[in-house]
Design a protein around this ligand. Structure first.
Ligand SMILES: *Cc1c(COP(=O)(O)O)cnc(C)c1O
Length: 374
């Protein structure tokens, strides 16, 4: 059995340090927004290359509070993609705004930045690109459109901590960047966690207030906020893990290159492509295969933890049915959804395991092909 991610194997390398850090928190008596949160915010600001970061309870809250801080709500439109995790568009609906979908690029799986302009209306307030699978979006084009139409940009970096576009980390281009520390993300806590990044003092202050019931000063409440504070235990764990993130991302890239090499002689299996001048951090290693559902089934039977991210594009989900977006209005999104399959990818995966994965994928693709043809 080779799982899509093996968190236990990572724990074997950092376990003693994590346990020491957690024990210190437990003994300290300070459990919410204490010194570990403060330090983590500073360390992450330095790592990402941004003036401020604010720790939060989840990536979903990061997205939703980013929209709140930019005063985006009822009657406003936010341009984003349907090929992402539901939290991206859920956050838009949470604040009462309307997600407007733009199709993706078939090679990068990300927002096709050239199609943004035709979706802009007088109601458009923001663009929300998603750096899916750890691959940076085409930020030059996105920022150029945003500037010309005076739109905000909120980057969904939940899968892309450490990813770079032209030498700058994602989450530093737009008004706000949103990160998740869900355990399976490249930098994962051992519970939920999230973060926003911003270079704006004003937006930082707004989000600091919003995460703690809408008041910057304790028991003085200026607006309706939420409770989205990060536990000290999670902050302490993240501080232990942060120094490893570059090494872990580098390993993911090496594993991706090795997969690419092994798959090179099989034209039926399309390996992921990278944009020029980007540093992709392979949160997922995602291939495209024919007869995907059959291949996926065969792989599961063979003990390979292949996963479909994501099986139903968001414009076809019940939650967004009220938007009445025609299925065929996003042809590349729909087509990709039918063919993508993510393979086991984590820093600690071995070459032997990768060889087994490739062998099984090749076998499954062959088998599904002969079954489909006759
Ligand atoms: C994980 C993820 C989120 C949500 O993060 P949570 O911490 O689980 O709330 C949002 N967007 C994308 C693209 C994600 O992968």
């Amino acid at each position: 059995m080779i799982p899509i991610i093996n968190s236990k194997r990572q724990y074997e390398t950092i376990g003693p340090d994590v346990e020491k850090a957690v024990l210190e928190v437990l003994r300290s008596g300070s459990y919410i927004l204490g010194k570990n949160n403060q330090a983590l915010q500073e360390e992450l600001a330095k790592y990402i290359g941004v003036k401020h970061t604010v720790t939060l309870n989840s990536g979903t809250d990061a997205l939703h509070l980013a929209l709140r801080a930019l005063d985006i709500g009822k009657g406003d439109e936010v341009i984003t993609v349907a090929f992402t995790f539901v939290a991206t568009t859920e956050s838009v609906e949470i604040v009462g705004a309307t997600p407007v979908f733009v199709d993706i690029d078939k090679d990068t799986f990300n927002m096709n930045a050239k199609l943004i302009e035709e979706k802009i209306t007088p109601k458009t307030k923001a663009i929300m690109p998603v750096h899916l699978y750890g691959q940076p979006c085409d930020m030059d084009v996105i920022m150029d459109v945003a500037k010309r139409y005076n739109l905000h940009v909120i980057e969904d970096c939940c899968q892309a901590i450490g990813a770079e576009y032209k030498g700058k980390k994602v989450g530093t281009f737009g008004d706000i960047g949103c990160y998740s520390f869900y355990p399976t993300k490249n930098l994962g806590a051992m519970g939920d966690g999230g973060l926003v990044t911003t270079n704006s003092d004003y937006l930082k202050d707004r989000i600091v207030a919003l995460r703690n019931h809408g008041g910057a000063v304790r028991y003085h409440h200026d607006e309706i906020g939420v409770n989205s504070r990060l536990d000290e235990v999670q902050a302490a764990i993240l501080r232990v893990k942060l120094p490893y993130i570059d090494e872990w991302n580098k390993k993911r890239r090496e594993h991706a290159a090795f997969y690419n090499k092994l798959f090179a002689q099989y034209p039926d299996i399309e390996t992921p492509k990278e944009l020029d001048n980007t540093y992709c951090v392979y949160h997922q290693y995602t291939v495209k295969v024919p007869n995907r559902d059959e291949v996926h089934k065969l792989l599961q039977e063979a003990g390979i933890g292949a996963m479909i991210y994501y099986p139903i594009p968001l414009h076809m989900q019940k939650v967004h049915a009220h938007l009445n977006v025609p299925e065929n209005s996003l042809p590349v999104t729909v087509e990709n959804t039918k063919h993508v399959m993510s393979l086991p990818m984590f820093p600690e995966i071995t070459e032997e395991e990768q060889r087994t994965v490739v062998e099984e994928v090749v076998k499954a693709v062959e088998k599904a092909k002969s079954a489909a043809c006759c």
